[in-house]
Each structure stands twice: as C-alpha cells, then as structure tokens.
Design a protein around this ligand. Sequence first.
Ligand code: 5AD
Ligand code: SF4
Length: 441
Amino acid sequence: MKQFFIKSYGCQMNSYDSLRIADALQEAGHKSASSMNDANILVFNTCSIREKADEKLFSDLGRARLKKLQAQVTGDDFIIVVTGCVAQSKSEDIAKRAPYVDIIVGPQEIHKIAEDIKNFEKKNKIIRTESNAQNKFLHLTHQFFNREVSEFLTIQEGCDNFCTYCVVPYTRGREFSRDASDIIAEAKKMLSMNVKEIILLGQNVNSYRGIGPDGETWNLSRLIFALADLDGLKRIRYTTSNPKDVDESIALAHREVAILMPFVHLPVQSGSNAVLQRMNRKYSAEEYLKCIDLLRDSRSDMAFSSDFIVGFPGETDDDFQKTLDLVEKIKFAQAYSFKYSPRPGTAAEKMPNQVPEERKSERLQILQKILNDQQSSFNEGYVGGHLNVLVTKGGRHKNQQVGRSEYSQSVAICDSYLEIGDVARVKITESMSHSLVGVVV
Ligand code: 5AD
Ligand code: SF4
C-alpha cells in the first residue's frame, strides 16, 4: 500500500482523467496523500498546449528526482509516473532527460496505471503511447471515490479539426464519442455521490455524436435532454464548443432545458478572417457573431466566455484591431487569452512571418485590459441584483460560503448556513475584480 499524489496540469480533460486515475489507485488499495511530500507514488498528468506548460513538467521532475533519491537512501520504494499530453508527444525526450521516471503513458492509457504500478515491482521502465480513447473508457474502473458538488464528465475526446496551431490532434488522437448509455450511467453514479452539477467535457463537445440507447446517433442536445431528466441533477454545463458546430439543436436545448446553464465557452481565437483561415478554424468572424446571436435568441441572458490567441503567424496590426472590434461587439463575461506558442509538429510552426515576442506581449496586454474591463462590467451589472448560486464549498471567513452563479461567476455568500450543494437566490452586494459578494435573500 502506497500513498499517491497526482499533479494535474492544463485543461479540464486532464482534471477529469486525474480523478479517474485517483479512483483506480484507491481501488488498488493506495491512499491519496495531501501533498507531494507525503507521497511515494507521484503522478504528473501533463499538458503540452503551450511551451510553458510543457516546460513546467521538467522543473517539477527535478524536485521529484530529489525525493526519489532520498527514498533510495532509506531503501523505500518511490515511483514516478508521467502521463498526459507531454507523455504522449515527448515520451523519448522524457526518458532521456529524466531517466529516473519509471512509467510514461499517454492520455489514452491511463486505465492501466494502477496495474503498471503493481507490475513495476519488476523494475522495468514502462512506456506506452497507444492512442485509443474507446479502450480507455471501457477499462477505467467503475468504482468512484471522492466527488465534489460540481464535477466534469468526459463525453468526447480527441480532435479531427487540425487547427494549425494546436497539438491536441497529435496528443489526444482522433475524435471519439462515448455511448450515451455509458454517460448516463456515469451521471447517475455521480448523482448518487451527491454531485449536483455536471460539466460535460469534450475537446469539441458540440460535435458529440454517440450511440444512444435506442441505437440512433445522439448529438449533444439529445444527450442534454436525456440527462436533464435524471433525479437530483441541478445543473448541466458543457465545454468546449467549436463555433463551426454550433447549431439550432443546442439553441433548442438552451431554450427548453431549465437546468442547462446560460453560459457558453465559445473560443473565437481571432476576429480577423485572414487569421482564422490560416488557423484553419472553418468559420469567419461574421459566422461567429451569428452563433452568438443564435444562442442569445434562445436565452436573452446568455453569457459568453472565449479563448484568444494573439500574435499568430502573419497577424498584422489590422488583424489584431479586428479582434478588438469583435470583442467590443460581443462583451464577454469571461475570457482567456494567450500569446501564440509554436508547437512542434503543427502546421503553424513552419508558417512565415512569425510575430516577434514583444509585439505578442503588447497585443496581449491591450486585449487583456479590455477583456478584464468587460468581465468587471459584467459582474458590476449584478450589484443590487440577484443570482442563483450553487454552493460548492466553505469560504475563507466565518459563516461564509462560496459558490457559482448560473453565469459561472464565483460568489462569496456572507452569513450563510446553507448546505453544500444547495442552490440559493443571492442578493449581490459587492463586485470584486473576479468575483462577487452577496447575501441569501
Ligand atoms: N499557442 C497559444 N495558445 C494556444 N491554444 C491552443 N494552442 C495554442 C498555441 N499553440 C489556446 C487556444 C485554445 C486554448 C485551450 O489554448 O486559445 O482554445
Ligand atoms: Fe493540454 Fe490540450 Fe492535452 Fe488538455 S488536451 S492537457 S489542453 S494539450
């Protein structure tokens, strides 16, 4: 019996995978450690979306190596596992740069980690980077341990879009949708563990096409309608949507399913059609605006968040201005923005006219200021008004609790004696930079 600690980098897909790895390790009799210091199995679930994410692994591995050396002095076992997207794309590099890593497995092989750890007593390094998401979901343990009020549920994985900047098609492989009956069974199990909000996850969640229990192909909307009937489920969200796949069916779900939250993460990346074309995004800025209109028509209070990349190869001042113009038109409730980071093996890495680092930084600063201001205005608009808050945990102060509004804002509730998992009507009294404060009505 060992103690494990999982460090998860990157996206929500990794958070979900880390939880499923933790389930398998607990099923195998290992205990979850509260910090890296107490653990003798370290699992790094890595991300390679941008260069910085990727480099973080190697600095963390340096620390892990010291812990392993200490353990060797006392003759104790110490196992280091690297999984996730860097393990997939750089397995040989990891084995060379960090020979003390024992197990290197790609994101579609996580269902075997517990067994790998058991087999590792034989002391042979294990490297596996097959890419079959279907197998992974078939073989992940069905035993669940700790679940919070709000949890992710991966319904679709991988990507066939090949945006020219992106590593995901190379790390997570081809698009795969789970059967709807598996997803519904998993949702029921989550509800039995007091989960109240399920966030459906997929790299392209709105291109979900899974086999339904009726033998037909279900889309995301059909799946949402089915999940909405489950007893005890208070909220449904889904992420990440691709604008090119937004259609009337999802608008219908927003119109008719009361527990589907009116907040959609819809990455636009750029407001310039020339840049979007070079990114191979398969939509124009005008089409993106139409998606926003379609969703706003389904619910007038719909709020949006987005992702932006600045300094994509060939991006001119004029292209960047078009991004700012689009941001100005939409008014986002939240957003994430990044400097373009060339990724090995992607088409954009070899494109001419790479933008200098200083120009990327300048543009990022300008864009982030506007997006931050939009987020603040969105939040300030609720001061004096009311929001429905799902209580997710206790707050930092006495009798304070923290939760999320329907628009995904973080709300601290004062003088509250609600239960975790309750949804309460909260009067908003104050707006901080990235969160709100309120009292139960
Ligand atoms: N450089 C910068 N940002 C990137 N993203 C994806 N690939 C890159 C890259 N090479 C951003 C996109 C995506 C988010 C998850 O990360 O905005 O939507
Ligand atoms: Fe990072 Fe993409 Fe892998 Fe998620 S799927 S961990 S964002 S590289």
